[in-house]
Structure formats: structure tokens, C-alpha cells
Design a protein around this ligand. Structure first.
Ligand code: ARG
Length: 607
């Protein structure tokens, strides 16, 4: 009775396709997403009322009434008695059965927004289930799991690993953990810059300074110093410059001596990188630029055969892609290969050999155009389509010192990452010695977990495109959105659980072992905490869309605020609801630990 027009008319077809495109989803009992559960309630109500729905779901509100009113009005099909968007909203609410398991307290606000609350019984069912499984519910993947290459960290040999690389390392590790968590086969790739023209002068400098390098491997500890000296000679001596350039050609052609020296230099850098990776629990496999050396010529040939190469004046081989004025340069005029050449060979290798269905590159934002061009060229030659693969570049902003300028030491040098990390830990140690009563032998390990966690979280909690000001004081603050605050909040919850056992004889662990996880969410702040716990799955799903871990930071911060409201407003220890409330503390701690783990942060139980 709702669309009273002939089946052939365009109005009918329009209305029919509207209905078809919005068929009500069915409720999947094993789906932890509150967003979809809420949509289900609204969608079925709307489809029942009007067999037609147009829902947009925000924060568990339904905005369908307004557009629906307009559409039906235009079609002359308003339901009887409905003459305003508010009336439409009320009609929708009336069609939602009271005994639906998910929503109650439905109200109509403003011009026709429908708001609803998730029922405490629906939430407690999920929390109980979380406790029994010992982990929060993973979101259901909308796309099948596949192989994902994450290209991150990627410092340059012989050059300092700077704060930019630190950002890439921290964000990359978290992105990998998140993708692994939902079931992808993740390849963590360290695309180190081990093949640039800088090697010419470094090799020459080493040859001159350490003539007996072969039998007596030089112990270069300060490669930055070495680099500086080599550069100085390069700039001062035309002769040195000439031989250096020759070395590059020889190295790339496989000359034994050059390769040997190159290896020595790479090993020195590698050791420095490892120090940072070890401190930060980073796992990444090195597969640097040099790996693609022999894979570049066939790629250039493929582009040539497809007629996609334009030869510039001077002989450089270039590929133009839509929307960009400057081309990618696959071969320089002197015959050498550069950054573009390597990345085209690398993307081909990752697509065809690694069989990645998704590739993620994480670098500073200034390389954004480079990657867009690489992606466009891969499309142009037909290696990928928008549908076949997902290609992402995550570009992050600059790290600034407290003076708002590029982050430097007082003397103006770039900050050594190892020093930066050590400083964070040292400050944390001082503060722990002052304010905590953990045994002295635990202080270093605790301070390390907290210090490194603080540096990571300070980076992860923001949208990476923003520049940020590096501040120890702010990242180590015990209040506000910091890892320190969160680690304290987590430890506090676990200490309540410990006291429950020690002082009141309620042992959460044995309750769980016996499968006796039965919580009730009666107080307002209990229900609110249960609601926040269940936001976990949606926050992961949100993160999978843009691969930005700050969604998880926002989530865990909001969760810990809900938890602190709960423990201030509800008496836990010694209350009649003690058992349920201790379990709720544990459920929150479990969820927080899962988030820490996804962010690459180690938790501590005792602070
Ligand atoms: N080595 C480069 C740098 O330090 C980052 C490499 C990123 N990955 C890539 N496939 N281009 O900026």
C-alpha cells in the first residue's frame, strides 16, 4: 500500500531501487559491533513502518526521519497522520518493538533525530562473554584477510636515523599489529636507503682512511661524523668527487671491493638501528633499496614495451601519470637508477612475488606526491586497479622542538634517537623514585615500559598529518591523554582486583576459571563503562579504514575515563555488588591491555 504508482513509472523504479538498496540487514548474533546492532533496530523498524528506509547512523541516533519525510512527501506517499519530520520520527519510534534486545529509551529530538540507548542487558551479555574468553571481541572483517606489505621505518644507511624515522617506526609497528590482530598476513618491510649516491664518497673516504680495511675491519662508531668528513672532502676535492662518482657505478655493477666496504658501512648502521628497534619492541625485516637493483631493468623494459616511456632531453627515461606535471624518472640521463626506479621495481615485486593485496607506505608527508605517482604508474601499466588492490601512503608531519622549529639539540645537531629514548626513561625513573613505592630493582624495567610507551603514545594519539611539538613534560604527564595516565589507570584497576582477593576473598581469576562471569550493569556509570567496553570493535573497524591508530588511542582514553568515573561513583570493595564490579574492573583492564598491545605499548601491573 505504500507505493501506489504503476510499476513502469520512473517514480516507481526510483522508489523500488531506494527500497532495494536499503534492505534491512539481519542481526548477526556473533557480531560485536554496536553500530550495526543499532542500525539493525532502526532499519527493521523503518522498513516495517514504511517498507522503505534511508538511515544514517551517527552516535546511535537515527537521522532517517527528515530525508524520508521529504522523499515521501515528494512522492505524495506520506503515511496517514504524518505531516512533519518529527511526526515521521515518532512514527518510526512507535514501530520499534519494546522487547527488541538492543535499544530502549527512544526519544525524538530537535527536527526529528531519534536517539536510543543500548540496553544494559545487551551490554552485559557482551561483557560476560569478553570475560569468559579473556579478550575483547574482534570486529568482523568486511574484506577477506590477505597479505599486506607495510613499508615503514626505512632509515638511510650512514645517515642519522632521525625523529621522522622514529614516527614512521612507531606508527608502522602499530599499523602492523592492528592488521595482524584482525587476521592479515603482514609483511613488515624495512626499505632502508642502502643504495644511494652517498655511497660513492663514503666508500672512497673509507678506502683512503682505512687502507687495510679488508683484513682489519674498521670500528666506526660514529657514522654521522664519518659521513660529515666524507662530505667535506667531497665538497673540497674535485678529484675525490670524481672517484666517488665512479665508485657508485662500480658498486652498482657489483665490484667486489666496493661491495665489501658497502657491507661494512651497512653493518655499522644496522647496529645503530637495532638499538632503537630493541628498545621499542619493533619487528621489521630489512629489504632495502639494493635488493631491487637487478629488478629495475626488466621493469623499465616493460614500460618501454607498453610505450609508456618518454625520453627526456639528455636521455632520462620518464613516465608521466595523470594529474602530475613532473614525471617519475625510471632512469637518469647518466644511466643510473634513483628513488623512483627502486620504488617501481619494489611495488612490482610486492604485487607479483609477495602477492600483496594491500601495500602501506609510511613516511613523512612530503613524499606524498612521490607515492601517488608510483601508485598511478602501477595503475597505468595495469599491475593494479582500484578494485584489485589497496595502496596507501600514510604521511606524517614534522616533529618540532618546544620553540616550534625543527627538533634539534641545544647545540643545533639532530637529536640521536637513542639519546631521546634514554632521556624519556631517565626522566621516568626520577619521577618513579619520587612518587612510587615499587621495589628499586623493578624501577628500571617499569620506567622503560612507561618512558617508551609515553613517546609512542604521544605520537600515535594524534592524526599523523599534524606537526607536533616534542615535549617530555607533556608526554610524561600523569594527567591527560598520555600513556602514563593510562598505565596508571590500568594498574589501579588491577590493584582493586588484587585487593578484592587479598582483603575480601573474592578471587576474580578462579571465578573466571570456573566460568562464573556474571556481571550486572545497574548503576549509570556501570552501564556507561559497559557501553565503552563494547565500543572496542567499532574503534578497530574505524582504524582499519584509514589505518590511523589514533582511533584506538581515543577509544582507550575514553574507556579509562569511563572506568575512573565508575570507580569513583560506585563502591567496589566491600559492596554487595563486589563480585560483579571486580569483574567489570577486570574486563576493562583486559580491554586496555589489548589496546596497549595494538599500540606497541608494554603495560605494567605495579607502579
Ligand atoms: N628511506 C626513505 C627516507 O628516509 C624512506 C623510504 C620509504 N619507503 C619507500 N619505499 N620509498 O625518507
Amino acid at each position: 500500500s505504500y507505493v501506489d504508482i504503476t510499476k513502469q513509472s520512473p517514480e516507481y523504479k526510483k522508489a523500488k531501487s531506494l527500497v532495494d538498496s536499503l534492505l534491512p540487514p539481519s542481526l548477526d548474533e556473533s557480531d560485536p559491533s554496536l553500530l550495526r546492532a543499532t542500525s539493525f533496530v532502526f532499519a527493521s523498524a523503518i522498513s516495517r513502518a514504511f517498507k522503505c528506509k534511508d538511515i544514517k547512523h551517527g552516535d546511535y541516533q537515527c537521522n532517517a526521519a527528515m530525508p524520508l519525510f521529504q522523499k515521501l512527501k515528494a512522492l505524495g506517499q506520506l503515511p496517514p497522520g504524518v505531516n512533519s519530520p518529527v511526526g515521521m520520527a515518532e512514527a518510526i519510534v512507535a514501530a520499534i518493538p519494546n522487547d527488541n534486545p538492543i535499544l530502549d529509551q527512544l526519544t525524538v529530538n530537535g527536527p526529528g533525530f531519534i536517539m536510543g540507548r543500548i540496553k544494559a542487558s545487551y551490554l552485559s551479555r557482551w561483557v560476560n562473554d569478553l570475560l569468559l574468553h579473556g579478550s575483547p571481541h574482534k570486529p568482523k572483517l568486511s574484506t577477506p584477510a590477505g597479505t599486506v606489505v607495510v613499508d615503514f621505518s626505512s632509515p638511510n644507511i650512514a645517515k642519522e636515523m632521525h625523529v621522522g624515522h622514529l614516527r614512521s617506526t612507531i606508527i608502522g609497528e602499530s599499523v602492523c599489529r592492528i592488521l595482524e590482530y584482525v587476521g592479515h598476513d603482514v609483511r613488515r618491510v624495512n626499505h632502508v636507503g642502502d643504495w644511494g649516491t652517498q655511497f660513492g664518497m663514503l666508500i672512497q673516504y673509507l678506502k683512503e682512511e682505512y687502507p687495510d680495511f679488508s683484513g682489519n675491519v674498521p670500528n666506526i662508531t660514529d657514522l654521522t661524523e664519518f659521513y660529515k668528513n666524507a662530505k667535506q672532502r667531497f665538497d673540497e676535492s674535485p678529484e675525490f668527487k670524481k672517484i666517488s662518482q665512479l665508485n657508485v657505478v662500480q658498486l652498482q655493477a657489483g665490484d667486489r671491493e666496493c661491495r665489501e666496504i658497502w657491507q661494512v658501512l651497512c653493518d655499522v648502521s644496522r647496529k645503530e638501528f637495532e638499538k632503537v628497534y630493541n628498545r621499542l619492541d619493533i619487528t621489521v625485516q630489512e629489504c632495502g633499496e639494493s635488493f631491487y637493483n637487478d629488478k629495475i631493468p626488466p621493469v623499465i623494459e616493460e614500460f618501454e614495451q607498453r610505450g609508456l616511456i618518454s625520453v627526456e632531453e639528455g636521455g632520462a627515461k620518464c613516465v608521466f601519470v595523470p594529474k602530475f606535471k613532473v614525471p617519475l624518472m625510471l632512469q637518469k640521463s647518466d644511466g643510473g637508477y634513483g628513488y623512483d626506479s627502486t620504488d617501481m621495481a619494489a611495488i612490482k615485486y610486492r604485487l607479483t612475488e609477495v602477492k600483496a593485496s594491500h601495500i602501506v607506505y609510511i613516511t613523512d608527508f612530503t613524499q606524498g606526491d612521490h607515492f601517488q605517482m608510483v601508485f598511478a604508474a602501477a595503475k597505468k601499466i595495469g599491475w593494479v586497479t582500484d578494485e584489485s588492490h589497496r595502496l596507501d601512503h600514510i604521511g606524517f608531519g614534522t616533529v618540532q622542538g618546544e620553540d616550534g622549529k625543527r627538533f634539534k639539540t641545544r647545540s643545533g645537531d639532530t637529536v640521536r634517537l637513542v639519546d631521546l629514548l634514554d632521556e624519556a626513561v631517565a626522566r621516568m625513573e626520577t619521577s618513579l623514585k619520587e612518587r612510587s613505592n615499587i621495589p628499586p630493582e623493578e624501577i628500571h624495567a617499569t620506567a622503560s615500559a612507561m618512558g617508551y610507551g609515553a613517546v609512542k603514545y604521544f605520537d600515535l594519539r594524534r592524526n599523523p598529518t599534524s606537526n607536533y611539538i616534542f615535549s617530555y613534560d607533556r608526554m610524561l604527564d600523569t594527567k591527560g591523554n598520555t600513556a602514563i595516565y593510562l598505565l596508571y589507570a590500568h594498574a589501579r584497576l588491577e590493584s582493586i582486583v588484587t585487593k578484592g582477593k587479598a582483603e575480601h576473598g573474592v578471587d576474580v581469576d578462579s571465578l573466571l576459571k570456573e566460568g562464573k562471569a556474571k556481571i550486572t550493569l545497574s548503576h549509570k556509570s556501570e552501564r556507561n563503562l559497559g557501553l565503552h567496553l563494547q565500543f572496542f570493535a567499532d574503534s578497530i573497524e574505524e582504524t582499519l579504514k584509514d589505518l590511523l591508530p589514533y582511533h584506538i588511542c581515543d577509544f582507550v582514553y575514553a574507556l579509562s575515563i569511563a572506568a575512573s568515573e565508575f570507580v569513583t561513583q560506585c563502591k567496589v570493595l566491600g559492596s554487595p555488588e563486589m563480585e560483579s564490579r571486580l569483574l567489570l574492573c577486570r574486563a576493562t583492564a583486559i580491554t586496555m591491555r589489548q589496546c596497549f598491545d595494538l599500540l606497541g605499548i608494554r603495560h605494567v601491573t605495579r607502579i
